[in-house]
Design a protein around this ligand. Structure first.
Ligand code: ATP
Ligand code: MG
Length: 588
């Protein structure tokens, strides 16, 4: 903890008055009831995410403002205003009604980040249906598994994806009443038994009354990343919009005049909560890019689209770092004013890289599919401690605990002591269940506390520091070693692009630490470098914590949401079964 110096916030450096300046004051006067009241509600007290995100703005001057800006590969961008989005989502809602898809029915979407994905997602929410967006890169097997687990009534996809991934296994998805295709005109006639998105949309009416939904009606089904095992389906309700609004304000510092870019795909909870809902709630223009990572393209987007607030992930930052500073130096980012990251621990090296290359440090924040929104963050309101996740946002009570039994936890008050990170239940976007796994859901709570499965510690200033997932923590010679600490130390070495650390069974010490390392350009994976890295780690971490062994790999295995899959490194190392690899990203 505290290894790296604090980055002080200086009011003179900020070109916008942040939404959030006094941490203690804001926490003390915050209440979820007041936050909910600042969103417009129906007379019956109901809340609907899509109404809040889109229609609410249409009576204001935001109506003609660009809500979503879809970048083309070589073509011009397509802009959709809040007013147009309201009409298009009304139409889609009407299409669903004409097909008999109603409130509570599950609508799955399998598409790249094209406009129709956003229209279907928001239109289905307006209809009171439960939406589950899937990564378009999933193979046939993970798609069928999720569609069946979720008992999907409708699948919206593209003609190309249908042909490659669905057509052959349509019979294996018996709950599907309809499959709707986005594509060339007439695409549905070429694929028997499918419906044509465009044709249905063009004959649907522009006007529709959205389905009254209450705060507790289910809105979204998101599968977890599958980093530690088989992905779990987390159910979220319409009230989540309140968290999205609040956290968009406090953690991402969204202001209506911002141009915002979230690089996550809606197939991962980040891409829905913060790639769709939060920016729309704030009336912000979002840039949407459907292409895969490409350092040059990303810098160009940041520059040319005048992105002001950027939300990305550690793996993306590490890829930019690996691509080299020369590419970055060709671009400037005078508009960029706030950068945040989520999904994995952000190595201090990456925070400093941001300051150096983008001109701004990167704000790490922590949350999970289960929490539905950002819980702990480095925010504009206070100094950044690189390597820490920041502090709990207003409305969020966090603690380091030890589970006692099903009903109670022991709260560890002492700073600097490791334990499980827990959150006091009651924030609106908290998941309301795991799909088909009530027992597991209940097991994640002890009394008032939700237990996150992550180990962390808190420092005397109230900042939380990630230690590791309970599953990944290494027990060696009486020490508990978090992989993150070891990985961050390795990352400090100029040769290291990325590191993944596991524990290997060892007869003497219990587990010994092994690191897998991918290298930056220009470094040779040889014995000399291996010895140098082992020495560097020993110097930084001490012999008890430093890796005993280092293996060089071209790429580490990642989930589609960009997380290092340590369990796979371990299974491969020990020659064990690989387990569920449905979310594994193929190596580039
Ligand atoms: P699964 O639950 O299926 O194993 P997952 O936990 O990776 O997958 P997500 O919900 O996408 O699925 O990720 C949440 C987890 O990601 C957190 O519990 C934590 O382990 C990790 N995480 C997210 N943000 C951070 C962060 N800023 N620092 C450290 N860890 C983070
Ligand atoms: Mg998890």
């Amino acid at each position: 903890m505290n290894a790296s110096p604090t980055i002080r916030k200086n009011a003179a450096d900020l070109h916008v008055v942040p939404n959030f300046r006094d941490y203690e004051l804001e926490r003390s006067r915050f209440s979820w009831a007041n936050a909910a009241a600042s969103l417009a509600h129906e007379s019956g007290g109901g809340i609907n995410i899509a109404y809040q995100a889109v229609d609410r703005h249409c009576a204001t001057k935001l109506r003609d403002k660009v809500a979503l800006r879809f970048l083309g590969r070589d073509t011009a961008a397509r802009d959709i205003s809040f007013g147009e989005l309201a009409t298009l989502t009304n139409r889609f809602c009407n299409v669903l009604r004409s097909l008999g898809i109603g409130k509570g029915d599950r609508v799955f979407i399998l598409a790249a980040r094209i406009p129709e994905l956003y229209i279907a997602l928001l239109g289905a929410l307006k209809n009171g249906s439960v939406v589950s967006p899937l990564f378009s890169a999933f193979g046939p097997e993970p798609i069928a598994t999720r569609v069946n687990l979720g008992a999907a009534a409708l699948l919206v996809t593209t003609d190309a994806l249908y042909e490659r991934k669905i057509a052959n296994q349509r019979e294996a998805m018996p709950t599907l009443k309809h499959v709707m295709l986005v594509g060339q005109e007439g695409c549905a006639t070429r694929a028997p038994g499918t419906l044509d998105f465009a044709a249905l949309m063009s004959s649907a009416s522009d006007a529709c009354a959205y389905e009254p939904t209450s705060a507790e009606d289910t809105a979204l089904l998101h599968f977890t990343s599958g980093t530690t095992g088989t992905p779990k389906g987390a159910l979220h309700v319409h009230d989540a919009a309140v968290t999205h609004w609040v956290t968009g304000r406090y953690a991402l510092d969204l202001h209506a005049e911002d141009i915002y870019w979230c690089t996550a795909d809606p197939g991962w909870v980040t891409g829905t909560s913060y790639g769709v809902i939060a920016p729309l709630l704030h009336g912000v223009t979002s840039v949407v890019d459907r292409e895969d990572f490409d350092a040059e393209r990303w810098y160009r987007i940041l520059q040319d689209e005048r992105v002001r607030v950027w939300y990305t992930a550690p793996t993306a930052v590490r890829m930019l770092m690996r691509a080299g500073a020369d590419i970055a130096r060709k671009y400037t980012f005078p508009h960029l004013r706030f950068v945040a990251s989520v999904g994995e621990p952000l190595n201090p090296e990456a925070v400093w890289w941001g300051k150096d290359v983008l001109g701004l440090p990167i704000h790490d924040n922590w949350w999970q599919t289960e929490t539905g929104g950002i819980m702990i963050a480095n925010t504009p309101a206070f100094d950044i401690k690189p390597g820490s996740m920041g502090r709990p946002l207003p409305g969020i009570d966090a603690a380091i605990v030890e589970r006692r039994d099903d009903r109670s936890v022991k709260i560890i008050e002492e700073a600097g002591t490791q334990g499980e990170l827990a959150l006091k239940r009651g924030w609106p976007s908290m998941f309301r269940g795991y799909l088909h796994d009530e027992a597991r859901y209940r097991m994640s709570f002890a009394g008032d506390w939700y237990l996150t499965g992550d180990l962390a510690q808190r420092d005397t200033d109230g900042y939380y520091w990630f230690v590791g997932r309970a599953d990944d923590v290494i027990k060696s010679a009486g020490h508990l070693i978090g992989p993150f600490e070891v990985e961050s130390a390795l990352m400090e070495h100029p040769a290291v692009a990325e590191a993944g650390v596991i524990g290997k069974p060892d007869p003497v010490v219990g587990e010994s630490v092994k690191a897998f390392v991918s290298l930056n350009k220009g470094f040779d994976a040889g014995e000399a470098l291996r010895m140098e890295l082992l020495g560097h780690a020993r110097k930084r971490l001490g012999a008890a914590v430093a890796p005993k062994d280092i293996a060089f790999v071209e790429h580490l295995p990642h989930t589609r949401s960009g997380k290092i899959m340590r369990r796979l490194l371990k299974a491969r190392e020990l020659g064990l079964a690989e387990g569920d690899t449905s979310t594994l990203e193929p190596s580039p």
